[in-house]
Design a protein around this ligand. Sequence first.
Ligand code: MN
Length: 322
Amino acid sequence: MSSRAIPPGSDGTVNAESCVSLGAAQPQLDAYPTRDIALGHLQVQRALPVKGRRLIGPWCFLDRFGPLSFTEGAPMDVAAHPHIGLQTVSWLLDGEIAHRDSLGSESVLRPGGVNVMTSGRAIAHAEQTPRDHTGRLNGVQLWTALPDAVRRAAPAFQHVGEVPRLESPGGLVQVFSGAVGDVHSAATHFSPIVGAEVQVHRGGTVTVPVAPSHEHGLLVLDGDVTLEGQPLAPRVLYYTGTWRHALELVSIAGARVLLVGGAPFPETILMWWNFVARTPDEIREARTDWEAHRRFGEVLNYSGPRLDAPELLHLARPNPVS
Ligand code: MN
């Protein structure tokens, strides 16, 4: 039997990550330490996907960056790269990010606002620290998986300058995705979802109402906090399961906590590099189209070279802050 070299991926093999929602039948509290990733000056803590918990609701990716201060250079400079099958959701605690995409969108994100980019069948974007900046950067970037029924739709970009807030004596909830109680974000999503930053004042208690049928995750952004008496450590993603009616957060010195959740995502997704798909063929076609300058369009007004796709046989995790 003769052997011949097979170019990577030409046999249909794609070393992608299969992500299925495990869900939960009851409240629980599972801890998943985040992983540190370095990209130039930028340290990123990756919280999702994590082994054992690939999805929380439709959320399939969560990077935490900062807090950091800088006096020269641009800590965030993610060159033009493609996406399919997902939404990117960017939320800042401090600093600013300039977004540019192949639709021609240009937007500077600041704390209190949210950028939601729906890739649909194809989009490309770049994200950078803008020239006019505060010298600080602190935030998160998330992805949602798009349901099959809408994942091939036209791409779109949405900037919401100021998300709605729920204020209480104990703190403040800023709802950037979905709803908390009857407070709804203006951001467009395609499955039942919640994304919020919960600020707990010094000595305060914040009770966040949640849908019992949804599953949720919590990531401490800063400060000290307990969930129903259980201390939550930094750099750990906590999964709280389902069948809770509220999440009670208490802080001694004050805290900020990220809340993500939604209905358990009913579809198995395939993640490779910046693509969320269902089959290796879709990933291979998207990679080929990106390398051939087809389908995705070009990101204008980004001066550097764009990112090249990795080889298909390489298990390609997303770019940090992508
Ligand atoms: Mn991206």
